[in-house]
Design a protein around this ligand. Structure first.
Ligand code: ZN
Ligand code: ZN
Ligand code: ZN
Length: 379
């Protein structure tokens, strides 16, 4: 009984080692350029007892098939996958066959400028959050339904940037390097040559341990790479959330500022919203005033800002002592000029319903009154 068992073990051992010898020898022939032993190797890759060496067999065979464009590739892949495991083809998902997509930094997505809006503003209300119609006293407003009063473009949520699928890698985050297939096939046969000698304890062949170690390392690194690529999808989501949070924060900061020297201040009309609609007009008025300062060689400009007073868009001009200390004649002419310019620009900017106008000193006192088309500064 004992004898039979020993014999059986020996027999099995010799069978295994014989397989390794066969694989090793066939591999050497294939490396030397023979085609016939490929069939043998293919049969070996199916054999149940070749579990330890199967990954190496499968890799060398399928890479050779793929780089030569063999039609039998897909049936081979599916047969091995079904009988054993899909994991045997994991090398196809790893570098150098796959590489990072440089276009999207492997996120699979990139940020593009929103093409549905200008400056992130709702197209319907141009960022105001409401629509105004009518003229003068009958000027009415209603909330903008398109953006639900936010004034933001619904597509980019006001951020002006939009996540778009990467066209280069079609959202995968990686690209295939087809040129790598051939080199990898050559490498795979070398690894198989040495691995079969190592597993089969073939004494007459010197195993290149360094080569096998490098192969193992490359595989390990490849798997780490794959994990990183997979994690990037989640990272993108987080990044996007952070980007939007930062945008909201910047919006909050951009709202009522202190009236700094010469700054265009846009005050909030809707609570929590902004009125960028007055921004442009105020900038124009400010530019005009700066030009007037230069022309008259006077310094009088404090700040310009827009604010809604009882629903009427009102341009506020704050002037310094340079203005208040000037002669009445100068103040009257200058103030009336400012007023007329503001009215003209308001009209051009679409405030057909008219605007309000206030000229203030730095303490906030009104320096005159607007009536019809004239601004009067009291003596
Ligand atoms: Zn809107
Ligand atoms: Zn947009
Ligand atoms: Zn990409």
């Amino acid at each position: 009984m004992k004898k039979i068992l020993v014999l059986l073990i020996l027999c099995q051992f010799s069978l295994w080692s014989q397989d390794y010898t066969l694989i090793h020898e066939s591999t050497a022939k294939i490396i030397a350029g023979e085609k016939a032993p490929l069939k043998e190797i293919l049969m070996e890759s199916y054999k149940k007892e070749n579990e330890s060496i199967r990954p190496y067999l499968v890799k060398a065979i399928s890479l050779t098939m793929m780089s030569s464009g063999s039609k039998a590739t897909s049936s081979y892949v599916s047969k091995i996958s079904k009988t054993y495991s899909q994991d045997l083809f994991k090398f196809l998902s790893l570098p150098p066959l796959r590489d990072n997509c440089e276009t999207c930094d492997s996120f699979g997505k990139t940020l593009a400028s929103c093409n549905k809006c200008q400056k992130g503003q709702c197209r319907n209300c141009k960022g105001a959050g409401f629509i105004s119609y009518g003229k003068g006293k009958s000027l009415t407003k209603r909330d903008c339904n398109t953006c639900k009063k936010s004034g933001f473009c619904g597509v980019c949520k006001g951020t002006e940037k939009l996540a778009t699928d990467c066209r280069k890698c079609k959202t995968h985050g990686y690209v295939y390097d087809k040129t790598a297939f051939k080199d990898e096939a050559t490498k795979a046969w070398q690894v198989l040559l040495h691995k079969s000698a190592e597993l089969g304890l073939l004494n007459e062949f010197t195993v290149d341990q360094e080569l096998l170690k490098q192969d193992e390392e490359a595989n390990k690194k490849g798997l780490e790479w794959l994990n990183e690529i997979t994690a990037k999808k989640e990272q993108w989501e987080t990044q996007e959330e952070e980007r939007f949070a930062a945008f909201l924060e910047s919006q909050k900061k951009a709202q009522p500022k202190e009236e700094g020297m010469g700054e265009v201040v846009v005050e909030s009309y809707i609570e929590g919203g902004s009125t960028p609609s007055l921004d442009h007009l105020c900038k124009e008025v400010r530019e005009y005033l700066k030009a007037q300062e230069k022309k008259s060689k006077q310094s009088f400009l404090g700040s310009v800002y827009g604010k809604f007073l009882s629903d009427i868009p009102t341009v506020h001009i704050v002037v310094t002592e340079g203005f208040t200390n000037a002669s009445h004649d100068y103040r009257q002419r200058a103030a009336d000029g400012f007023f007329k310019f503001a009215l003209m620009r308001a009209d051009r900017n679409g405030y057909a319903g008219g605007i309000g106008f206030k000229l203030l000193d730095e303490a906030g006192n009104e320096l005159g009154t607007a009536q019809n088309d004239t601004f009067t500064v009291p003596k």
